[in-house]
Write a protein that binds this ligand. Structure first.
Ligand code: PBG
Ligand code: ZN
Length: 318
Protein backbone atom coordinates (compact mmCIF):
# COMPACT_ATOMS: atom_id res chain seq x y z
CA UNK A 1 0.00 0.00 0.00
CA UNK A 2 1.16 3.54 -0.81
CA UNK A 3 -1.16 6.12 0.76
CA UNK A 4 0.85 8.82 -1.00
CA UNK A 5 -0.91 7.96 -4.29
CA UNK A 6 -3.86 9.94 -2.90
CA UNK A 7 -1.63 12.97 -2.28
CA UNK A 8 0.41 13.28 -5.49
CA UNK A 9 -1.20 16.42 -6.97
CA UNK A 10 -3.29 19.31 -5.63
CA UNK A 11 -6.33 17.96 -7.49
CA UNK A 12 -5.93 14.52 -5.96
CA UNK A 13 -5.49 15.97 -2.50
CA UNK A 14 -8.55 18.09 -3.02
CA UNK A 15 -10.89 15.31 -4.18
CA UNK A 16 -9.77 13.02 -1.37
CA UNK A 17 -10.12 15.62 1.37
CA UNK A 18 -12.50 14.25 4.00
CA UNK A 19 -13.43 17.33 6.00
CA UNK A 20 -14.57 20.73 4.80
CA UNK A 21 -15.85 23.77 6.60
CA UNK A 22 -17.38 26.88 5.11
CA UNK A 23 -18.52 30.28 6.33
CA UNK A 24 -21.92 28.65 6.70
CA UNK A 25 -20.61 26.67 9.66
CA UNK A 26 -19.35 29.69 11.59
CA UNK A 27 -21.00 31.94 14.18
CA UNK A 28 -19.34 35.27 15.05
CA UNK A 29 -19.44 36.29 18.73
CA UNK A 30 -19.53 40.06 19.30
CA UNK A 31 -19.27 42.39 22.31
CA UNK A 32 -21.54 45.41 22.45
CA UNK A 33 -21.00 48.11 25.06
CA UNK A 34 -23.46 50.81 26.07
CA UNK A 35 -22.59 54.48 26.72
CA UNK A 36 -19.36 54.62 24.71
CA UNK A 37 -18.77 56.53 21.47
CA UNK A 38 -15.91 54.68 19.86
CA UNK A 39 -14.70 51.17 19.25
CA UNK A 40 -12.48 49.96 22.11
CA UNK A 41 -9.77 47.48 21.11
CA UNK A 42 -9.60 44.40 23.34
CA UNK A 43 -5.85 44.25 23.83
CA UNK A 44 -5.80 40.57 24.76
CA UNK A 45 -7.68 39.77 21.53
CA UNK A 46 -5.84 41.65 18.76
CA UNK A 47 -8.24 42.69 15.99
CA UNK A 48 -11.38 42.44 18.14
CA UNK A 49 -13.15 45.52 19.50
CA UNK A 50 -15.92 46.28 21.91
CA UNK A 51 -18.59 47.76 19.67
CA UNK A 52 -20.39 50.92 20.83
CA UNK A 53 -24.13 50.34 20.86
CA UNK A 54 -24.48 53.38 18.59
CA UNK A 55 -22.39 51.67 15.90
CA UNK A 56 -23.90 48.20 16.18
CA UNK A 57 -26.27 48.58 13.22
CA UNK A 58 -23.40 49.50 10.90
CA UNK A 59 -21.40 46.52 12.10
CA UNK A 60 -24.28 44.10 11.53
CA UNK A 61 -24.60 45.39 7.98
CA UNK A 62 -20.88 44.91 7.46
CA UNK A 63 -21.04 41.30 8.72
CA UNK A 64 -24.03 40.54 6.51
CA UNK A 65 -22.28 42.00 3.44
CA UNK A 66 -19.25 39.82 4.20
CA UNK A 67 -21.49 36.73 4.24
CA UNK A 68 -21.78 36.08 7.98
CA UNK A 69 -25.00 34.16 8.65
CA UNK A 70 -25.12 34.19 12.41
CA UNK A 71 -23.85 36.13 15.41
CA UNK A 72 -23.72 35.55 19.15
CA UNK A 73 -24.29 38.76 21.11
CA UNK A 74 -22.68 39.71 24.43
CA UNK A 75 -23.52 42.94 26.23
CA UNK A 76 -20.99 44.97 28.19
CA UNK A 77 -23.16 46.74 30.72
CA UNK A 78 -22.74 49.96 32.68
CA UNK A 79 -25.81 49.14 34.75
CA UNK A 80 -24.64 46.51 37.20
CA UNK A 81 -26.48 45.30 40.27
CA UNK A 82 -26.43 42.28 42.59
CA UNK A 83 -28.60 40.11 40.32
CA UNK A 84 -28.09 41.49 36.80
CA UNK A 85 -31.63 42.84 36.51
CA UNK A 86 -30.79 45.00 33.48
CA UNK A 87 -30.89 41.76 31.46
CA UNK A 88 -34.64 41.43 31.90
CA UNK A 89 -35.49 45.10 31.59
CA UNK A 90 -37.48 45.55 28.36
CA UNK A 91 -35.30 48.55 27.56
CA UNK A 92 -32.09 47.13 28.99
CA UNK A 93 -28.96 46.32 27.01
CA UNK A 94 -29.91 42.72 26.13
CA UNK A 95 -33.23 43.89 24.69
CA UNK A 96 -31.69 46.80 22.78
CA UNK A 97 -28.91 44.68 21.24
CA UNK A 98 -31.38 42.08 20.00
CA UNK A 99 -33.71 44.75 18.63
CA UNK A 100 -30.94 46.56 16.76
CA UNK A 101 -29.61 43.32 15.24
CA UNK A 102 -33.00 42.00 14.17
CA UNK A 103 -34.23 45.32 12.80
CA UNK A 104 -31.03 46.00 10.86
CA UNK A 105 -30.62 42.62 9.13
CA UNK A 106 -33.72 40.49 9.77
CA UNK A 107 -32.26 37.40 8.07
CA UNK A 108 -29.16 37.35 10.32
CA UNK A 109 -29.49 34.54 12.88
CA UNK A 110 -29.16 36.22 16.26
CA UNK A 111 -28.16 34.10 19.24
CA UNK A 112 -28.40 35.94 22.52
CA UNK A 113 -25.81 34.89 25.09
CA UNK A 114 -27.92 34.44 28.19
CA UNK A 115 -26.08 34.95 31.44
CA UNK A 116 -25.57 37.58 34.16
CA UNK A 117 -21.83 37.90 34.64
CA UNK A 118 -21.56 41.03 32.48
CA UNK A 119 -24.39 42.61 34.48
CA UNK A 120 -23.61 41.76 38.11
CA UNK A 121 -21.46 43.79 40.50
CA UNK A 122 -19.69 40.59 41.66
CA UNK A 123 -19.19 39.15 38.16
CA UNK A 124 -20.73 35.75 38.90
CA UNK A 125 -23.16 34.11 36.46
CA UNK A 126 -26.18 34.36 38.76
CA UNK A 127 -27.64 35.31 42.13
CA UNK A 128 -25.37 34.95 45.15
CA UNK A 129 -26.73 33.50 48.37
CA UNK A 130 -25.60 34.27 51.93
CA UNK A 131 -22.51 32.09 51.60
CA UNK A 132 -21.46 33.93 48.41
CA UNK A 133 -22.32 30.84 46.38
CA UNK A 134 -24.33 31.10 43.20
CA UNK A 135 -27.89 30.06 44.00
CA UNK A 136 -28.89 27.73 41.20
CA UNK A 137 -32.66 27.87 41.45
CA UNK A 138 -32.97 31.61 42.09
CA UNK A 139 -30.84 32.11 38.98
CA UNK A 140 -33.14 29.84 36.92
CA UNK A 141 -36.05 32.21 37.47
CA UNK A 142 -34.00 35.16 36.22
CA UNK A 143 -32.73 33.19 33.21
CA UNK A 144 -36.36 32.66 32.21
CA UNK A 145 -37.06 36.39 32.51
CA UNK A 146 -34.01 37.32 30.42
CA UNK A 147 -34.83 34.73 27.76
CA UNK A 148 -38.34 36.10 27.28
CA UNK A 149 -37.06 39.67 26.99
CA UNK A 150 -34.43 38.61 24.44
CA UNK A 151 -36.99 36.66 22.42
CA UNK A 152 -39.44 39.55 22.53
CA UNK A 153 -36.70 41.83 21.20
CA UNK A 154 -35.91 39.56 18.25
CA UNK A 155 -33.43 36.87 19.27
CA UNK A 156 -33.74 33.72 17.15
CA UNK A 157 -31.93 31.56 19.67
CA UNK A 158 -31.39 31.83 23.40
CA UNK A 159 -27.90 30.65 24.35
CA UNK A 160 -27.68 30.06 28.09
CA UNK A 161 -24.07 30.14 29.32
CA UNK A 162 -24.65 30.46 33.06
CA UNK A 163 -24.00 26.74 33.63
CA UNK A 164 -26.93 26.37 36.04
CA UNK A 165 -28.50 22.93 36.46
CA UNK A 166 -31.91 22.83 34.83
CA UNK A 167 -31.42 26.04 32.86
CA UNK A 168 -32.64 24.63 29.56
CA UNK A 169 -35.87 23.34 31.08
CA UNK A 170 -36.47 26.63 32.91
CA UNK A 171 -35.88 28.68 29.76
CA UNK A 172 -37.98 26.36 27.58
CA UNK A 173 -40.91 26.68 30.00
CA UNK A 174 -40.58 30.44 30.24
CA UNK A 175 -40.42 30.85 26.46
CA UNK A 176 -43.37 28.54 25.86
CA UNK A 177 -45.51 30.23 28.49
CA UNK A 178 -44.81 33.59 26.88
CA UNK A 179 -45.77 32.23 23.45
CA UNK A 180 -42.25 31.94 22.03
CA UNK A 181 -42.58 28.30 21.10
CA UNK A 182 -40.56 28.84 17.91
CA UNK A 183 -37.52 30.38 19.56
CA UNK A 184 -34.70 27.86 19.92
CA UNK A 185 -32.21 27.08 22.65
CA UNK A 186 -28.52 26.72 21.80
CA UNK A 187 -27.29 25.35 25.08
CA UNK A 188 -23.75 25.77 26.32
CA UNK A 189 -24.38 22.21 27.42
CA UNK A 190 -20.82 21.10 28.20
CA UNK A 191 -18.99 24.13 29.55
CA UNK A 192 -15.67 23.64 31.24
CA UNK A 193 -14.18 25.87 33.94
CA UNK A 194 -11.35 26.74 31.58
CA UNK A 195 -8.35 29.04 31.91
CA UNK A 196 -8.87 29.79 28.22
CA UNK A 197 -11.62 32.33 29.01
CA UNK A 198 -9.01 34.79 30.30
CA UNK A 199 -9.21 37.32 27.47
CA UNK A 200 -13.02 37.52 27.49
CA UNK A 201 -12.93 38.60 31.10
CA UNK A 202 -11.21 41.72 29.79
CA UNK A 203 -13.61 41.95 26.86
CA UNK A 204 -16.57 41.93 29.19
CA UNK A 205 -14.92 44.10 31.80
CA UNK A 206 -15.67 41.31 34.27
CA UNK A 207 -15.62 42.12 37.96
CA UNK A 208 -15.17 38.45 38.91
CA UNK A 209 -13.04 37.65 41.90
CA UNK A 210 -12.61 33.96 42.52
CA UNK A 211 -13.66 31.35 39.99
CA UNK A 212 -16.59 29.47 38.50
CA UNK A 213 -15.46 25.99 39.56
CA UNK A 214 -18.64 25.47 41.57
CA UNK A 215 -20.86 25.59 38.49
CA UNK A 216 -18.70 25.07 35.40
CA UNK A 217 -17.18 21.63 34.72
CA UNK A 218 -13.85 20.15 35.72
CA UNK A 219 -11.77 19.97 32.49
CA UNK A 220 -10.53 16.51 33.47
CA UNK A 221 -13.98 14.86 33.29
CA UNK A 222 -15.10 12.97 30.21
CA UNK A 223 -18.15 11.00 31.38
CA UNK A 224 -19.62 13.99 33.15
CA UNK A 225 -19.05 16.05 29.99
CA UNK A 226 -21.19 13.65 27.98
CA UNK A 227 -23.82 13.45 30.71
CA UNK A 228 -24.12 17.25 30.90
CA UNK A 229 -24.95 17.51 27.20
CA UNK A 230 -27.40 14.59 27.30
CA UNK A 231 -29.20 16.21 30.25
CA UNK A 232 -29.69 19.38 28.21
CA UNK A 233 -31.01 17.33 25.30
CA UNK A 234 -33.54 15.75 27.66
CA UNK A 235 -34.52 19.20 28.97
CA UNK A 236 -35.37 20.34 25.44
CA UNK A 237 -32.26 21.96 23.98
CA UNK A 238 -32.40 22.39 20.18
CA UNK A 239 -28.63 22.33 19.81
CA UNK A 240 -25.71 21.48 22.08
CA UNK A 241 -22.28 23.03 22.53
CA UNK A 242 -18.86 22.12 23.83
CA UNK A 243 -16.74 24.98 25.15
CA UNK A 244 -13.78 25.48 24.74
CA UNK A 245 -13.15 23.62 21.47
CA UNK A 246 -9.52 22.96 20.54
CA UNK A 247 -8.42 21.27 23.75
CA UNK A 248 -11.65 19.27 23.92
CA UNK A 249 -11.80 17.56 20.53
CA UNK A 250 -12.22 14.18 22.22
CA UNK A 251 -15.28 15.46 24.06
CA UNK A 252 -16.75 16.86 20.82
CA UNK A 253 -16.25 13.45 19.23
CA UNK A 254 -17.86 11.60 22.14
CA UNK A 255 -20.91 13.86 22.30
CA UNK A 256 -21.30 13.77 18.50
CA UNK A 257 -21.61 10.02 18.84
CA UNK A 258 -24.11 10.22 21.70
CA UNK A 259 -26.76 12.55 20.23
CA UNK A 260 -28.56 13.36 16.99
CA UNK A 261 -28.93 17.04 17.84
CA UNK A 262 -26.79 19.65 16.06
CA UNK A 263 -23.53 20.08 17.94
CA UNK A 264 -21.58 23.33 18.19
CA UNK A 265 -18.12 24.03 19.59
CA UNK A 266 -16.85 27.39 20.84
CA UNK A 267 -13.29 28.37 19.96
CA UNK A 268 -12.90 30.72 22.90
CA UNK A 269 -11.01 33.93 23.51
CA UNK A 270 -7.87 32.20 24.82
CA UNK A 271 -7.67 29.97 21.75
CA UNK A 272 -7.98 33.08 19.57
CA UNK A 273 -5.33 34.93 21.60
CA UNK A 274 -2.84 32.06 21.46
CA UNK A 275 -3.01 31.96 17.67
CA UNK A 276 -2.85 35.75 17.31
CA UNK A 277 0.09 36.24 19.68
CA UNK A 278 1.92 33.17 18.41
CA UNK A 279 1.64 34.52 14.89
CA UNK A 280 2.63 38.04 15.94
CA UNK A 281 5.78 36.56 17.50
CA UNK A 282 6.61 34.93 14.18
CA UNK A 283 6.29 31.42 15.58
CA UNK A 284 3.34 30.23 13.48
CA UNK A 285 1.58 31.14 10.23
CA UNK A 286 -1.72 32.67 11.33
CA UNK A 287 -3.62 32.06 8.09
CA UNK A 288 -2.82 28.36 8.08
CA UNK A 289 -3.19 27.75 11.81
CA UNK A 290 -6.64 29.38 11.84
CA UNK A 291 -7.83 27.06 9.08
CA UNK A 292 -6.20 24.01 10.61
CA UNK A 293 -7.76 24.72 14.02
CA UNK A 294 -11.27 25.24 12.58
CA UNK A 295 -10.96 22.22 10.29
CA UNK A 296 -9.89 20.07 13.23
CA UNK A 297 -12.93 21.15 15.27
CA UNK A 298 -15.14 20.27 12.32
CA UNK A 299 -13.37 16.93 11.84
CA UNK A 300 -13.91 16.07 15.51
CA UNK A 301 -17.64 16.34 14.87
CA UNK A 302 -18.81 19.92 15.40
CA UNK A 303 -21.53 21.05 12.99
CA UNK A 304 -21.19 24.71 13.95
CA UNK A 305 -18.20 26.64 15.27
CA UNK A 306 -18.34 29.82 17.30
CA UNK A 307 -15.16 31.69 16.40
CA UNK A 308 -13.72 35.20 16.48
CA UNK A 309 -12.02 34.31 13.18
CA UNK A 310 -15.36 34.22 11.32
CA UNK A 311 -14.75 37.62 9.66
CA UNK A 312 -11.25 36.49 8.65
CA UNK A 313 -12.77 33.48 6.87
CA UNK A 314 -15.48 35.70 5.38
CA UNK A 315 -12.89 38.06 3.93
CA UNK A 316 -10.12 35.67 2.92
CA UNK A 317 -11.91 32.36 2.33
CA UNK A 318 -11.28 28.94 3.80
C1 PBG B 1 -19.72 33.45 30.91
C2 PBG B 1 -19.08 33.39 29.57
C3 PBG B 1 -17.80 32.93 29.31
C4 PBG B 1 -17.58 33.07 27.94
C5 PBG B 1 -18.75 33.55 27.40
N1 PBG B 1 -19.67 33.75 28.42
C6 PBG B 1 -16.82 32.26 30.15
C7 PBG B 1 -16.59 32.65 31.52
O1 PBG B 1 -16.20 33.79 31.80
O2 PBG B 1 -16.77 31.78 32.37
C8 PBG B 1 -16.29 32.72 27.25
C9 PBG B 1 -16.10 33.16 25.87
C10 PBG B 1 -14.67 33.25 25.47
O3 PBG B 1 -13.74 33.13 26.29
O4 PBG B 1 -14.46 33.46 24.26
N2 PBG B 1 -21.08 33.32 30.90
ZN1 ZN C 1 -21.69 34.14 32.87
Amino acid sequence: MRPRRLRRTPALRSIFQETHFTLNDLVLPIFVEEDIDDFVPITSMPGINRIPESKLAGEIERYARAGIKSIMTFGVSHHLDEVGSDTWNENGLVARINRICKQTVPEMVVMSDTCFCEYTTHGHCGVLDDCAEVNNDATLVNLGLQAVVAAQAGADFIAPSAAMDGQVKAIRSALDEAGFTNIGIMSYSTKFASALYGPIREAGGSALKGNRNGYQMNPMNRLEAIRESLLDEAEGADALMVKPAGAYLDIIRDIRGATKLPLAAYQVSGEYAMIKFGAAAGAIDEHRVVRESLGAIKRAGADLIFTYFAMDIAKHGV
